[in-house]
Design a protein around this ligand. Sequence first.
Ligand code: SAM
Length: 229
Amino acid sequence: MDSLHLSPRLSAVASYVPENARLADIGSDHGYLPANLLINNKINFAVIGEVASGPLANARHELSRRGLLVKTILRLADGLSAIKPQDAIDTVVIAGMGGMLITTILNASLAKHNQYKTLILQPNTDEDAVRKWLIEHNYKIENESIVQEDKHFYEVIVATPGESQLTDDDVFFGPFLRLEKSSAFVLKWQKELSRIHLILDKLNQADKNKTPIFSEWENKYAKIQEEIS
Ligand code: SAM
């Protein structure tokens, strides 16, 4: 992967960035996403935020070799503190991190009462926690996709300000993903069923099939099976 050839995961993220967005890519690392969007003239300006100096240097190198430094501001900063009011950012991407870290980053900015026009979030884990955060903080899920790369499945969640009423199953599986039921969605949850099967086997072998934890896993198994059957 490089800025001319994004991975399927980052391509999915890029596809949701509105034309001419003023973008902040938080936790950008290599900077491939903003570089790609700038190269393709989809956007004209990006803030690149990184909490670590090594990745920020990677991003600076990538933007520099593509001649794009003039269209970007790179800041060493924790989470959304990379964004300044004068940047007039309307679209925030937080991709390639655990869902809990994404919610921590979003929570840290709550005191400033910033609401962005578009959030594009790509949690690697705990996608349900991200959806829960969004609906609890007046964001409406506008779109979702799921992408497979090798053995991994990545969900992309797009949100805009607004209210939504999601069921627990919507939060767990993703309201758009469960409607679409793509092959990647089914494969992801089949993989999860196999994992839970192993856990239940181990609990059984340890004579723990009458415990609350066994029932919890059993219920989760049944819920997933019902969803994809
Ligand atoms: N966003 C890129 C992608 O999706 O390919 C890079 C993902 S990389 C696995 C995660 C990056 O997030 C790392 O470079 C890490 O330094 C950065 N990061 C982690 N916590 C952060 C925070 N609180 N604020 C800004 N960047 C953070």
